[in-house]
Ligand binder design. Sequence first.
Ligand code: SF4
Length: 101
Amino acid sequence: MSPAGLRPVSARGASAATRQLAVAAGLPCQSDPDLFFAEQPEDVQRARALCRQCPLRSACLAGALQRGEPCGVWGGELFLRGVVIPGKRARGRPRKADVAA
Ligand code: SF4
């Protein structure tokens, strides 16, 4: 089970009016929350692409940074242990340092 239940719109840092508009507009992270906690890199990229069109993106990212989100895509960025990371590696893929050693 994903931590989808931890993604209430109210936690996005946006104003109440903006949140109501966003809910009415059907945010992608509300209709498909599992995608925003996906393991596969291509799914993470899909979630990030959906965020680019979101009217709450700036407030969402600011809120996630402030809270130090432990994981997931927030405001178009991928979080891990409270910081933004560039992307995920596919499972089972060795690190370059492991191959070179
Ligand atoms: S920026 Fe992305 S995660 Fe944040 S509210 Fe919009 S769709 Fe959801």
